[in-house]
Structure formats: C-alpha cells, structure tokens
Design a protein around this ligand. Structure first.
Ligand SMILES: [Zn+2]
Length: 113
C-alpha cells in the first residue's frame, strides 16, 4: 500500500462516522401498512431517532410493544436494529398509536424518547 492510498483510506475511515450521522433509515419498505394492535391503516412518516434501546426501560418497552408500537414520535434507533446512527427515518405511523403514546407518556414520568 502506497503512502497516498494509506492517507486516502484513513481520510475515508475518518469521514465514515460523519456520513452515517446524516443517513436516513427507511423501514417503511419492510413493514406492513396495518397496525397489528389497532387494525388501522398506517401512513409513512419521517420520525426522529434517538440513541438508545427501549429494552433498558422495561415499563416503557412493555407499553411500547402492547399499546403504541407505531407511534410517530422519537424512536430509539436500536429498537430498529440499526448499526449506524440515523437522525431520522421513514416508518409506518398509526394515529391511534400516536394518541396512546401521548396519553401514556403524559401519565408516566421518565426519560422517554
Ligand atoms: Zn396502532
């Protein structure tokens, strides 16, 4: 490997984390368009992603899975198996999940996303 190609490789590796921060994940293509909890047709929306994993918050995680899996507020990106850190993503959003998320988070104190 020449010094120039080594320098190019190092620059590319240094810029990789910056590039991944700006990526937008798209899970809408692999999801169904009907909410399995509320049986309503969902629409694709862009939502914000936050670092973290709801599995570390059992109370929130249980409510997320059973009451509002398709809410349109900020999601933990590790809940969606991302290997990089997207700032936003395309997801199917259910209006009733949105209402349930807002109701639940207003009734429970916590650092919810
Ligand atoms: Zn729903």
């Amino acid at each position: 490997m020449t010094p120039r190609s080594t320098a190019t490789l190092l620059c590319a590796l240094a810029l990789l984390p910056l590039a991944s921060c700006s990526l937008t994940g798209n899970l809408a293509k692999s999801e169904g368009d009907t909410c399995e909890i509320h049986h309503r047709k969902m629409e694709v929306r862009q939502v914000a992603f936050s670092p973290g994993y709801s599995g570390y918050m059992p109370v929130f995680n249980r409510a997320l899975r059973k009451q509002f899996p398709h809410h349109g507020h900020t999601h933990f990106y590790e809940d969606h198996s991302y290997m990089y850190v997207p700032r936003k993503g395309q997801l199917h959003v259910c209006d009733e999940c949105d209402r349930q998320y807002e109701k639940w988070t207003s009734q429970h104190k916590g650092p919810w996303p």
